[in-house]
Design a protein around this ligand. Structure first.
Ligand code: FES
Length: 288
């Protein structure tokens, strides 16, 4: 019994291996060519022509194999070769990319610095620019010289110009030669036209000096200083004659008071016109 088993087992193993190999070959053949039944294979092997010669055409196995190859070829997708050359990379334009955080911060910093410098520059220019002023401190156009003289007569000898804080009176042409020996060119520019512009502020302590129509002088009510019609001191505590402005006559013949330039009045004792009071003083019992 033991000897029989030792002989049978190797035989069974070898037989099983042969059957497995045979089955594998059969599956491969069927997968490649399809299954032909035995009758078909026998008829293929026995084909002969009418005249008894073997048929020269393909066998059924060859036809089947060609069909398998054709099916496989039909199922294969043919892909055309594409141009595989690498295109050179070109960086995009910065404006197409947008603004990065770094660019935003840099541009903001530059913009703020620009605004700051612009404001500082504008402030400097505004500080250095000549001030545009009107009225007192600027040139005051009183009008044509002849018209001004007419207005002075209409006002009984004294024309007040409020925007210039100035009195305008006539300067007698008979005294012009003496004036040329006393007064400066900016004063003579007006005096030679027959007019003079006097600052209303008393050179003593600064009161506004009114005109006195009776005496035809200026008489200060504060401390009694008195000045003749062209502002030369004739009495009182004032240290000098009335201050006056630089004057000019433009190309149109207009009298201009340059109130930005105040010239100190003439010293005590200057009396170019020799005008005496033409009537009672406006200060009561004060005398000159
Ligand atoms: Fe005019 Fe003193 S302020 S005399």
């Amino acid at each position: 019994m033991g000897i029989a088993l030792s002989i049978a087992i190797p035989i069974i193993v070898v037989a099983a291996a042969i059957m497995l190999v045979a089955a594998a070959r059969r599956r491969e053949t069927m997968a490649a060519e399809g299954h032909l039944n035995r009758e078909t294979r026998r008829r293929d092997r026995g084909r002969v022509a009418v005249d008894g010669e073997p048929v020269a055409g393909p066998t059924g196995r060859e036809v089947e194999r060609a069909a398998v190859v054709a099916r496989q070829s039909a199922g294969t997708e043919v892909v055309e070769a594409v141009d595989a050359s690498v295109e050179e990379w070109t960086p995009p334009h910065p404006e197409m990319v947008g603004v990065s955080r770094r660019q935003f911060l840099n541009r903001s910093t530059v913009a703020m610095m620009g605004f700051g410098l612009s404001g500082f520059g504008a402030a400097c220019i505004a500080f250095l620019w000549p001030p545009f002023v009107t009225g007192f401190g600027a040139d005051v156009n009183v009008g044509l010289v002849d018209d001004v003289k007419s207005r002075i007569k209409d006002e009984n000898g004294f024309l007040y110009i409020p925007e210039g804080r100035a009195w305008v009176t006539e300067y007698p042409q008979a005294a012009l030669q003496k004036a040329q020996n006393v007064y400066s060119a900016p004063e003579l520019a007006g005096i030679e036209s027959g007019l003079i512009a006097l600052f209303q502020k008393c050179p003593h302590l600064g009161c506004r000096v009114p005109s006195c129509l009776t005496s035809q002088w200026f008489e200060c009510p504060c401390h009694g200083s008195r000045y003749n019609q062209v502002g030369e001191k004739r009495g009182g505590p004032a240290p000098r004659g009335m201050d006056r402005f630089a004057m000019s006559v433009n190309s149109k013949g207009e009298f201009i008071i340059r109130t930005g330039t105040i010239i100190q009045g003439p010293p005590i004792g200057v009396n170019t016109t020799g005008q005496e009071p033409e009537g009672p003083s406006c200060l009561g019992g004060a005398s000159h």
